[in-house]
Write a protein that binds this ligand. Structure first.
Ligand code: CIR
Length: 267
């Protein structure tokens, strides 16, 4: 019998960037420096990219830059919405040159807006829920950036809500979207009452870093080092796609940071 395979639907575009050979010199805020096996980091990153492809993402892979240790963490360089993309001004000065290549990759898809000096913002601090952007006030992202973002995006119908975050690098270290109407969060790092009217699920207390998951088309990508939180997600009806991320985690990376995923249109 002839089998007919439906062509895989590529509903999403995902910008990624190869792991830099200098990843071991990454910025660190809350973790002690530990040796990173760059070859293994590359292999794990390739596994992450393959998983995104299997979830329906068309990848745009930017080349590694040996002078930019953290450039694999593309999420921090931009905020991509349906109408526009905002190029960030990362809080760590060493990371600001990362934005040029990402802006070049996004330009065919979205009109570009830019955050300007003195505002600083890492994309990891921006949680988009519908027409609301929750912006974490962290060591990387300033209140001035939340103000500027609000001014840039109000013409497009978006509201910006600043959120206090403590004990972790970014807002999205503490809370991410795990489904249409479900937030996964670590209440030690962000106050659940900052998200009124939203259904929330807490990480297992033994896995404080597990709140960062990447939701794509009804499934979530999550590091396989968080089995307890995975069980909580599955009990809540969420389909989890685990991925091995140990080396990027040593650089304070997580699953959302390694891509910019947006609805495919334009170009
Ligand atoms: C940094 O400190 O900027 C990098 N080593 C890690 C960035 C992780 N990005 C993210 O969670 N969005």
């Amino acid at each position: 019998m002839t089998q007919v395979f439906a062509p895989r639907r590529l509903d999403w575009t995902a910008v990624t960037r190869e792991v830099s050979p200098s990843l071991g010199r990454c910025e660190l805020t809350h973790l002690e420096r530990a040796p990173i096996a760059v070859g293994l980091a590359r292999a794990q990153h390739a596994g992450y990219e393959a998983l995104l492809e299997s979830l329906g993402c068309r990848l745009i892979r930017l080349p590694a830059d040996p002078d930019l240790p953290d450039s694999v963490f593309v999420e921090d360089t931009a905020v991509v919405l349906d109408e526009v993309a905002v190029i960030a001004r990362p809080g760590a000065a060493s990371r600001r040159p990362e934005t040029a290549a990402v802006a070049g990759a996004l330009a065919p898809f979205r009109p570009l807006l830019r955050l300007e000096d003195p505002a600083t913002l890492d994309g990891g601090d921006v949680l988009v829920l519908g027409r609301t952007l929750y912006v974490g006030l962290s060591s990387r992202t300033s209140a001035a950036a939340a103000d500027q973002l609000g001014r840039l995006l109000s013409p497009y119908g978006y509201a910006v809500v600043p959120v206090s975050v403590a004990g972790c690098l970014h807002l999205k270290s503490a809370v991410t979207r795990a489904g249409e109407d479900l937030l996964l969060l670590n209440p030690a790092w962000v106050d659940p009452s900052a998200f009124p009217g939203r259904r929330t699920l807490e990480v297992d207390p033994a896995e404080p870093f597990a709140a960062n998951v990447l939701a794509i088309g009804g499934q979530v990508v999550s590091p396989d080092s968080f089995p307890r939180t995975r069980r909580r997600l599955e009990a809540a009806g969420v389909r989890v796609r685990p991925v091995d991320m140990t080396e990027l985690q040593k650089a304070e990376g997580a699953v959302t940071c390694c891509s910019l995923v947006f609805r495919a249109r334009g170009a």
